[in-house]
Design a protein. Structure first.
Lengths: 381, 133
């Protein structure tokens, strides 16, 4: 089977964002184009050079991407809208990677844009009931898992609060984050109790925003004269869906591990090579689980990795330096590309107060309702 | 009184317990729940390969939590949900009767008919409760 690394090298050459925010009157066109223009400016290229665009979007409606990009000038570029739930932006990014890697195009835009939508979910039209009215609410699955791990592995509510406090504090210096306030463990514990041990500040907010990345082949980098410190190579891109649950581990966690292992294999790295990771922390327990399944911490010891500062900026491998979904936010369409924005800046060494020292290799990971897992490994060459 | 989710369960002969509506696959012999109108979720066989098979509403409680906020239209907090192993071995999310102090991990449960209202309409819903001695 061919992997991304066997094809033409693909590089992220420009990234940009519109701040994630609570629902507002800001038009989605403004959210998306702010990110697109920032990414073009970062790459130092004109929109006319972009041959194709993949637009991650869940809540706006039909053809949002085409209508939005029309305001950049009708250049005739190919436009494809991508919906894959929370992983819509990640999937748009993956398709852009594959298009450049295959040789079909040299310069492709991946953009995520979303407003707070009507929350219509296909599962509610499936025509198959479930025993629990909460069966399709991810928060409950993860809150149940957190409860199980309290007895099975000594996890505490304070551990969950530590994840959220770290990520809120990281986001405090991120101008694109929805929350920009440092929070203590006590602040997190004192927020509204939602389910089990999970409080409101341990959960991602919903909102809106935009994020964009421009991908180029090496030919395009030379032809367009893109500065040498900009390109960050995408080494691997992997997506899979879950299989039936075996034992107590959530299928979303199992598939996240499978995807990470394949992403490492295709990139030719191990977990020990990762300097920074942006992962799907819609709920605090997820970060503890995924640091284990990604091999950053031994199984069952994710909370110790956290307590020891392993996932802090400056630690062994910083996790969610952007603030993650919990604090940078999770507007769905943009989220996965917002992760690429953070990783790219980390690997360039331009991430300011949130810079992970000597960062060279990073991974972006998302979960999409259903469940799918997707991961991209990026590296500074 | 009508059942809230008649595709999932039927009232047992004692009018108190519920029997779950599972499906046996002729192609792979799996007992799947819920019975899907679209095919076997274990092997992908056509719907015609599935035959309805009553499954006891027994379950082993694995974990449970109390929900404190109104997260869905059918949820009136505080209420208790859990994860349980059903009679066919599958792990499912379930709704529990009463409050959390009635339950402990690994407890044996049974599906019982519980009256609820949706709007002004009374219905029989499935809630799990400790097995009566």
């Amino acid at each position: 089977m061919t992997s991304l690394k066997d094809l033409r090298p693909v590089h992220v050459v420009g990234v940009g964002m519109h701040r994630y925010q609570f629902a507002s009157d800001t038009p989605y066109v403004t959210l998306g184009l702010t990110a697109v223009r920032a990414a073009l400016s970062d790459a130092g290229i004109a929109f006319a050079e972009v041959e194709s665009a993949y637009v991650g979007c869940t809540g706006i409606g039909l053809a949002a991407g085409r209508i939005m990009l029309n305001h950049m000038g009708s250049t005739g570029l190919a436009v494809t809208q991508v919906e894959n739930a929370s992983a819509s932006g990640s999937s748009a990014f993956q398709m852009a990677c594959f298009e450049v890697a295959s040789g079909l195009r040299d310069c492709v835009l991946a953009v995520g844009v979303d407003k707070y939508g009507d929350q219509v979910r296909a599962v509610n039209k499936e025509g198959v009931n479930r025993l629990s009215d909460t069966a399709n609410i991810p928060l409950i699955r993860y809150a149940l898992m957190a409860e199980h791990l309290k007895t099975a592995k000594g996890l505490t509510q304070e551990d969950l609060a530590r994840v959220a406090a770290k990520n809120h504090t990281n986001a405090a210096t991120n101008p694109f984050a929805q929350f920009q306030k440092p929070r203590s463990v006590e602040d997190i514990l004192n927020s509204t109790l939602v389910a089990g041990s999970t409080t409101s500040l341990m959960c991602t907010p919903r909102g809106e925003g935009g994020a964009a990345a421009i991908l180029c082949s090496e030919d395009a980098i030379r032809r367009l004269g893109i500065a040498g410190d900009k390109p960050i190579r995408v080494l691997s891109s992997v997506l899979r869906s879950e299989e039936p649950q075996k034992g107590r581990e959530l299928p979303s966690v199992t598939v996240a591990q499978t995807v990470a292992e394949q992403a490492y294999h295709e990139a030719g790295i191990t977990a020990a090579d990762l300097d920074c990771v942006e992962l799907h922390d819609a709920f605090a327990i997820e970060e503890i689980l995924y640091t284990e399944t990604f091999g950053l911490a031994p199984k069952g010891e994710g909370q110790h990795f956290l307590r020891d500062g392993g996932s802090a900026i400056g630690g062994r491998c910083c996790v969610n330096s952007s603030g993650g979904l919990i604090a940078q936010g999770h507007p769905l369409g943009p989220t996965g590309i917002g992760q690429i924005h953070e990783i790219t800046r980390q690997l360039r060494g331009t991430n300011g107060d949130r810079q992970q020292p000597r960062a060279r290799t990073g991974m972006a990971h998302m979960i999409g309702l259903g469940t799918i897992a997707i991961a991209h490994v990026l590296q500074r060459e | 009184m009508d059942l809230e989710k008649p595709d999932l369960y039927r009232l047992a002969d004692d009018d108190r317990r519920l029997t779950l509506r599972a499906g046996r696959c002729a192609a792979c012999d799996a007992l799947i729940f819920p019975l899907s109108p679209y095919g076997c979720t274990a092997c992908g066989a056509e719907p015609s390969a599935l035959t309805e098979e009553p499954m006891p509403g027994r379950a082993q409680l694995l974990t449970f939590i109390t929900i404190h906020q109104r997260l869905a239209p059918g949820i009136t907090p505080p209420c208790v949900v859990g994860e349980a192993r059903l009679a066919n071995g599958e792990i499912h999310e379930i709704m529990l009767a009463g409050t959390g102090d009635l339950y402990t991990d690994d407890m044996q449960l049974e599906a019982v008919a519980t009256e609820i209202t949706r709007g002004d309409t009374p219905l029989i819903a499935c809630r799990f409760a400790p097995v009566e001695a």
